[in-house]
Design a protein around this ligand. Structure first.
Ligand code: NAD
Length: 474
């Protein structure tokens, strides 16, 4: 007889470990399987987000931002620090310590919640069984309910095969121990821009090759244009749009990249090349053939609105299912799956999932942008407010960016909020909450915002929808 649990969660990323905790809170005898190992070969919970994604990249973004400020910002405040010296190894070690703290924190939470942590690759078998295989062998467990939270992995392109020596994926790009002189990045998406910014601030000469002609296609056009100007003219990132990489040639210490740009073939040589062309669901080996687990055309596990797969008692959440590949979306689905198993009626509102890009300034948005409002033929109105007219922002020496609000012209209901500016990642929560409550811009305009705060830009953008912003000419 295999050991039996009420719930087995496969994957301990932000979707899976949160699902396991919620299951335990709801009184289920829960196990969570994960195969991730750290550099020392020990199990490390938290998935991509904690190990090689959100957390380590934000640690390096913060460190590199401090370098940038010391080199270029302090003087504006009347502070001189002389030549700034950067110890990249120490920076990487600090990042690793943060990762260890947080992954260890998940292990502690598992212990405190009496969750059984199983180490190895989890695979769904018939009859709600899960096979866990590791270097120590293979064992089979069973459960009344199973939650698959197997996440995603970087897409590899044959023209630039990752070796994590010269051609790096997102994990390799977080472990470079000296600043490359010339760094190439394939893909001007979220990862390309964030990691490109880190190494650019630390002194690398960064070129980003982006196949699409549009910069940050999902972002509101007005904001994307301003962001592009800031990143290129202001910060020196060389972003080539419409640049299609066709091949790479490795030599001992550099990589030569060929790409087509404006109809011509070009070559460029880099010390390191980061590939950031998107991610795909990690579903290749998640279920035995005879289980018949249904995947969609993009290899994601097919789920209904209740996160149910086609196999009774088996749920799936996070990057492995439809919707944006974002940690917070996965976590919400993890909670929802646990509550559905417990007979509750949770709901994950995909229309109010916020997006954040941690560049400087940050970009954050929720809901639809103006182009989408046009495409959908909506009768809408907009209002914006620039951070250049916000007192707190100026006090912080942050002069760029804006808040832009889109609302239904008749009902005034908020349809989308887009922020390019300081702390956009934090400011967007107000917009998410407003949209969750189906607020109107009038609701936000009538809400008292502290002074002096960046959030006043949100207040003013709401006023601007009605042509009555107080600190700008409408
Ligand atoms: P992405 O989809 O954001 O961007 C990939 C970019 O690469 C696209 O612009 C695409 O046009 C371009 N591209 C694809 N093939 C190319 C080629 N052959 N040559 C040149 N350009 C090419 O993907 P990403 O940046 O790799 O991020 C992956 C996922 O991770 C995203 O879905 C994102 O949701 C998630 N993520 C989120 C955050 C965050 O929330 N801040 C941070 C990192 C990653």
């Amino acid at each position: 007889m295999s050991e039996k649990f009420d719930v087995i969660v496969v994957g301990a990323g932000p979707a899976g470990y949160v699902a396991a905790i919620r299951c335990a809170q709801l009184g289920f005898n829960t196990a969570c399987v994960d195969k991730w190992e750290n550099k020392e070969g020990k199990q490390s919970l938290g998935g991509t987000c904690l190990n090689v994604g959100c957390i380590p990249s934000k640690a390096l973004l913060d460190s590199s931002e401090k370098v940038e400020q010391a080199e270029h910002e302090f003087a504006n405040h009347g502070i001189s620090v002389g030549k700034v010296k950067v110890d990249v190894e120490k920076m990487i070690a600090r990042k690793d310590e943060i990762v260890n703290n947080l992954t260890g924190g998940v292990a502690m939470l598992f212990k405190a919640n009496k969750i059984t942590s199983l180490h190895g690759h989890g695979k769904l078998l018939k009859d709600k069984q899960v096979e866990v295989s590791s270097k120590d062998g293979t064992k089979v467990y069973s459960a009344d309910n199973i939650i698959l939270a197997c996440g995603s992995e970087p897409i590899n392109i044959p023209v630039a095969e990752v070796d994590n020596e010269l051609i790096l994926d997102n994990a390799g790009a977080l472990d470079i121990n000296e600043v490359p002189k010339k760094l190439g990045v394939i893909g001007a998406g979220v990862i390309g821009l964030e990691l490109g910014s880190v190494w650019n601030r630390l002194g690398a000469d960064v070129t980003i090759l982006e196949a699409m002609d549009t910069f940050l296609a999902p972002v509101d056009k007005q904001l994307a244009r301003e962001a592009q100007r800031t990143f290129t003219k202001g910060q020196g990132l060389d972003i080539k749009l419409g640049a299609m990489v066709t091949g790479t040639k490795l030599s001992k210490k550099s990589v030569e990249v060929t790409y087509t740009f404006k109809g011509e073939e070009h070559t460029a040589t880099f010390d390191k090349l980061i590939v950031a062309v998107g991610r795909k669901p990690s579903t290749q080996d998640i279920a035995a053939q005879d289980v018949g687990l249904a995947l969609d055309e993009r290899g994601r596990i097919d789920v209904d609105d209740q996160l149910r797969t086609n196999i009774p008692g088996v749920y799936a959440v996070g990057d492995a299912v439809k919707g944006p590949m974002l940690a917070h979306k996965g976590s919400e689905e993890g909670v929802a799956a646990a509550e559905i198993i417990a007979g509750q009626k949770p709901h994950v509102n995909h229309d109010t999932v916020p997006w954040v890009i941690y560049t400087h300034p940050e970009i954050a948005w929720v809901g639809i942008n103006e182009e989408q409002a046009k495409e959908q033929g909506l009768n809408y109105k907009t209002g914006f407010f620039p951070f250049a007219a916000n007192g707190r922002s100026l006090a912080m020496n942050e002069k760029g960016g804006r808040v832009k609000m889109i609302a239904d012209a008749e009902t005034d209901r908020v349809l989308g909020v887009h922020i390019l500016g300081p702390n956009a990642s934090e400011l967007i929560s107000e917009a998410v909450l407003a949209m969750e409550y189906s607020a109107s811009t009038e609701d936000i305009a009538r809400t008292i915002h502290g002074h002096p705060t960046l959030s006043e830009a949100m207040h003013e953008a709401a006023l601007a929808v009605d042509g009555r912003a107080l600190h700008k000419v409408n």
